[in-house]
Design a protein around this ligand. Sequence first.
Ligand SMILES: Cc1ncc(COP(=O)(O)O)c(C=O)c1O
Length: 396
Amino acid sequence: MPIAAVSSRMLAVTEEMRAVMDFAQRVLEGDGLGPDACDFMFGNPQEPPLRGLVDALVRHAEPQDVHWFGYQKYDALARETVARKLSETRGRSYEPADIAITAGGFGAIAAALLAVLEVGDEVIYPRPGWFAYGAQIRGAAGTPVAVDLSPVNFDLDIEKIAASITPRTRVVVVNTPHNTTGRIFPRAQLDALADMLAAASERHGKVIYLLADEPYARLVFGANAHISPAESYPHTLIAYSYGKTLLAPGERLGWLALGADMPEADRMRLREAVDIAQVSHGWAFAGRTLQRALPDLEKLCIDVTALERRRDRMVEGLRAAGYDLPVPEGTFYLIPRSPIPDDMAFAARLAADGVWVLPGSVAQLPGRLRISLTANDVMVERSLPVFAHAIRQVAA
Ligand SMILES: Cc1ncc(COP(=O)(O)O)c(C=O)c1O
């Protein structure tokens, strides 16, 4: 029997990413986006980075001794900063030893899954949702189980999650505020999920972990507030990324926190497992300059008021043109319905006029479009007539 050139695990990961990778490839193979293009695709920055971010990186890159860039897993001040911030904002006492500094949210999720999954263990994750969950779960030798959010208002469907739990379920992922719908799950839903998971853990004689993926925790609009599932369920691992808050996703900084209410014995075991997961999967700790800069970076955030204004302008402009879309409570995504069922074709039509969005079909949202508000205001204004023209054309 011929032996494949690559591992079956990576082939499975590739399949999970196929739709989005093929889309990205087609974009790259094209003639380029063009000088006046409006890029709403992948949440990449379209404005100069925060000056404070640049200054902090420069400041902390300057070596003060010969060991400056030597191996080190964690910068003590970085862990303390995160633990203090969590303790201040979440009404519970977080310990620095329970904070792992990671290469962004990807790194935090990988470390969490690697630390707790047996080969083949099932991980429930939301659909629609971030495109990389399936891949990350397969990469950690788990089995992805997508469970749909309620189609009405994108709430968690606790009954559906309960019905999807089997003796192999080890982790349930909750992403709030939610990429792609912008939904912030209310406390009552998180409490109901917690009760259900506690009962299921008891029934199956093992802990089912909740992985709270919270990279958009600070990107919330109006009177909305982020609510962490960790406040409802003790066996929660919190994953965070500075990539969204600083809008600098190419600088890889994030953390994984063990829930403050988790029994100490479990936290002790998890600390070591998370560390070893990071070592064994490529010394995946965040680099030293970023870790040193973390206390400065923690104080920075993109202008959420400006982001909210952009959200409002875009929602108003799209609705005036005839698009149907919900108003996100947080994150930086809009998900209008595609005026024609074939969202790929509609996205291609917009792209022909210089407006690039993610077709819903590659983001588990068939029949919709995903618009990332990381585009700048000039792009927003330039794009609105194109959106209006495109919907008129297909209606004609
Ligand atoms: C829900 C969610 N989780 C995790 C991540 C990963 O964040 P990062 O690229 O900063 O590691 C993203 C990025 O888009 C995301 O949307």
